[in-house]
Write a protein that binds this ligand. Sequence first.
Ligand code: ADP
Ligand code: ARG
Length: 327
Amino acid sequence: MKKHLTDEMYSNLKSFKTKSGYTLDMAINSGIKNPDSSIGIYAGDEESYTLFGDIFNPIIKEYHGFSKDDKHKTCLHVDDLRDASIDDEAIISTRIRVGRNLLDFPLGTNISKKQRDEVEKRVINALKSLTCKGRYYSLESMSKEDREELIKEHFLFKEGDRFLKFAGLNRDWPSSRGIYHNEEKTFLVWVNEEDQLRIISMQKGGDIKEVFTRLVQFLNELEQKLTFSYSKHLGFITSCPTNLGTAMRASVHVKLPNLSQDMPKFESICKKHHLQIRGIHGEHSKSEEGIFDISNKRRLGVSEVECVQDMVDGVRALLHVEKNLYM
Ligand code: ADP
Ligand code: ARG
């Protein structure tokens, strides 16, 4: 944000307000309060992306390689994936999530308590119709121990960090936040975290196709009950511009003890394959015992199948180098 926001742009945009009352100052507050942000800007609603397009567009271009005149695309045909099972003991687990927000509500950054309550109600109602045996647990009604256990096991979000806090996403915490999951904890939905819904499919091992298939099945079912905010140009509308488009992050937890000794090489392979490196407890966390969270970086202008394929092809390339370094 600080790289692209000029004095002139700020003066031009500072008095604008979207219909839901979101301003440029609100959009950039997280980046201003956290100068170590990598992105530093959030939207308050779909309109933010056009009204403040002068600042959002170059950021979107830099992150996704997606220009103002490009078109987003979608493809959820799981069978289009190539070589989707990574049968390697280095792969500990696979997770694919998408973010979604409801049409007709502001995003979490600019939502009122009453609207957030209403979002939770609508989502709970939709979850009841799933052909998946699961239950919704509200964050408020969960014990501290249960919450901590779910976080430790990678199933539940932590309390919003300082980036989310200054974006307005921690307001009224933990009210109207919660998690739905099936018995096996292979299908989960987070409610009212950074986005109103984070729809997640995960399991141990590297059967990426199975994880993707489960996600698509329940996503289709939820779409029968909920209308998500979607634009032809930007795809699914999300609070953070990095999640626009497919809003998909497909990741594996993978052991790379050798390659991670050579960070420049590790990072250059990731860059070539459009991958992002995270630590073992999610964004802004550290790696432990040479295990990393490797996921697709681009989400806009590429289809869902391409997001997963980016991850699969990139992880195969990383494993190839990892094994050769070992020999
Ligand atoms: P998001 O995926 O929604 O962008 P995070 O990066 O914070 O958010 O990750 C959320 C949680 O999901 C964290 O606990 C993280 O460790 C866990 N996670 C991510 N990828 C995997 C994976 N492949 N296997 C198991 N847990 C994962
Ligand atoms: N706002 C944070 C930053 O700029 C996070 C950006 C991407 N991650 C996210 N969860 N939206 O560093």
